[in-house]
Design a protein around this ligand. Structure first.
Ligand SMILES: [Zn+2]
Ligand SMILES: [Zn+2]
Ligand SMILES: [Zn+2]
Length: 178
């Protein structure tokens, strides 16, 4: 009989613990860490009444999405550099642009040469000695150091330039003569 009373007392005590002190939790949300690209954030919920708490991940924003900005072009002799800026989170990264064997620095040159250019048929004429003249001679300034193939009025020619950085000679296109 005594045992039964003790059990009843314990039962009553337990019920009072669960009813009297229980409440609907009122959680306050706090962001502990904002999410960024590729990295989850974290928010914390704490009950204002009892201090009960749990935390929850805030999903990452996906991968970085970069805008590229070339700071320095690569050349035949030196690496270049570009800055990647994430348009979502502002994270920046510097990236090396590898040496480009074909990115020679050729500079500007003047190679002057007398060139005879075909005249259109309606501009042919006879000179004072009675010769039919079908060409005219022009002094042309080519942007190169020497010439492989002289351009005509209709066809491109080919010249040579030397790279100021590596000293390699490079063939360049010479536009048709105007
Ligand atoms: Zn609570
Ligand atoms: Zn990002
Ligand atoms: Zn070069």
């Amino acid at each position: 009989m005594k045992k039964t009373i003790v059990f009843i007392l314990i039962f009553v005590f337990m019920v009072s613990v669960f009813t009297g002190c229980s409440h609907t939790h009122e959680y306050k949300e706090t962001v502990i860490k904002e999410p960024s690209c590729g990295e989850d954030g974290l928010k914390e919920f704490v009950c204002k009444k009892c201090g009960d708490g749990y935390s929850e991940a805030i999903p990452a924003k996906g991968d970085h999405e970069y805008d590229e900005n070339t700071v320095k072009e690569a050349t035949c002799s030196a690496e270049g550099e570009k800055i990647l800026t994430c348009r979502k989170c502002g994270h920046t990264e510097t990236e090396v642009i590898p040496v480009d064997k074909n990115a020679h620095v050729l500079g500007s040159h003047t190679y002057t040469k007398a060139v005879s250019v075909d005249l259109p048929e309606d501009e042919w004429y006879y000179d004072q000695y009675g010769y039919l003249i079908k060409t005219r001679t022009l002094m042309v300034a080519f942007d190169c150091e020497s010439i492989i193939k002289i351009p005509t009025a209709t066809e491109e020619g080919e010249g040579i330039k030397t790279c100021e950085l590596c000293g390699e000679t490079v063939a360049v296109i010479l536009p048709p003569i105007q």
